[in-house]
Design a protein around this ligand. Structure first.
Ligand code: PMV
Length: 333
């Protein structure tokens, strides 16, 4: 099934012409505590395993979507106030997603995206961007889709975007259906106001291998990829229990171990994928040293060299003094 076919299935019976002149939407970025690494369907971004994240509240993407003037040659796309050419990577990805909902091939959109995720803060903005785009399209066309369907639409842009439709903790169900209609993000009811996430930016260089290519490579060549779904299932159970009991040590230890297992998959992939820089390992060791000295702080990392810290409000002064460059977010504030 192609992404357009999946979108058509989802939008069957819904209006395909704009209901309002313009629509605005916001979605938060998210950071995974149990990671997504590997697809069972590459076109539809269907994962081999579920994942669980926490949304980053005020750090995310605002999107404004409207119809362009008739006759426009391409979608008009701007990012943080700067117009982007149609051949830029951002505009191409945005237009490829807009193709899924385009009323007819000559219809052009006007899209303004603004990120409150600081571009250099080390948090990905693609998840919040596609989630906000799905919400804005829903409002523009007057679909009134449920959150699950918006999550499916956002997933067609970027897998992790499936988790950015809601605040707080979100579990992305892997699903079993070939059309992916059962693969969407489900928010957990628990809130954890004292939880903090810190981002340590160690490098803003372009990553050597993108997540799409990296996942493809790991699924096909990592000799122990087959163990990943089972490991995620165990980590998810531990994370659910940690969240239900506000058990920071269990949440931190599980997130840290899960992230290291993902990076182990990457290392054992052929050819290998190594995102860590010397500074990354230095920060990892500094987190371990802090814990040994009684500071309750854990880390997680994604497909890049930057390190994210996980801790509670009470540890914030100690964490800030040890990691002065960290951008700290309160996801439930
Ligand atoms: O959604 P993508 O294709 O950007 O993949 C994200 C993959 C990781 O960030 C490494 C893990 C995750 O679950 O967010």
């Amino acid at each position: 099934m192609t992404p357009r076919e999946a979108a058509d299935l989802l939008l069957a019976g819904r209006p395909r012409v704009p209901a309002v002149a313009a629509a605005e939407a916001y979605a938060p970025a998210n950071i995974a505590l149990a990671k997504y690494w590997g697809k069972r369907d590459e076109a539809l971004n269907l994962p081999t395993a579920p994942s669980l994240s926490v949304s980053l509240g005020p750090l995310g993407s605002h999107v404004r979507l409207s119809a362009a003037e008739p006759g426009a040659a391409h979608d008009g796309v701007s990012l943080n106030g700067a117009p982007l050419g149609p051949e830029t990577a951002f505009a191409r990805r945005a237009s490829a997603w807009l193709d899924l909902v385009r009323p007819d091939p000559d219809f052009r959109f006007e899209l303004q995206a603004r990120n409150t995720v600081p571009t250099a803060a080390g948090f990905a903005s693609s998840a919040s961007g596609f989630a906000a785009l799905a919400k804005a399209a829903d409002a523009l066309f007057g679909w009134n889709l449920p959150m699950e369907s918006l999550s499916v639409l956002a997933r067609l842009g970027s897998g992790s975007a499936a988790r950015s439709l809601a605040d707080g903790f979100v579990e992305w169900r892997a699903g079993e259906r070939a059309d992916g209609m059962d693969s969407f993000g489900v928010p957990l009811p628990e809130r954890w106001p004292s939880l903090r996430v810190g981002a340590c930016v160690l490098s803003s260089r372009e990553k050597p291998v993108g997540s799409r290519e990296g996942m493809r490579r790991s699924v096909s060549s990592c000799p122990f990829y087959g163990g990943w779904p089972g490991l995620v299932a165990r980590d998810l159970a531990a994370l659910r229990s940690a969240i239900a009991n506000r058990d920071m040590a269990l949440l931190g230890a599980t997130a840290e171990a899960n992230c290291l297992a993902m990076h182990a998959l990457m290392l054992a992939t052929r050819p290998p994928i190594l995102y860590a820089l010397p500074e990354t390992l230095g920060t990892v060791r500094a987190v371990w040293a802090a814990r040994e000295e009684g500071v309750p702080v854990w880390f997680t990392m994604d497909a890049g060299p930057n390190v994210k810290l996980l801790f509670e409000e009470a540890a914030e002064p100690a964490v800030r003094s040890r990691f002065p460059g960290a951008t700290v977010v309160a996801p439930f504030a």
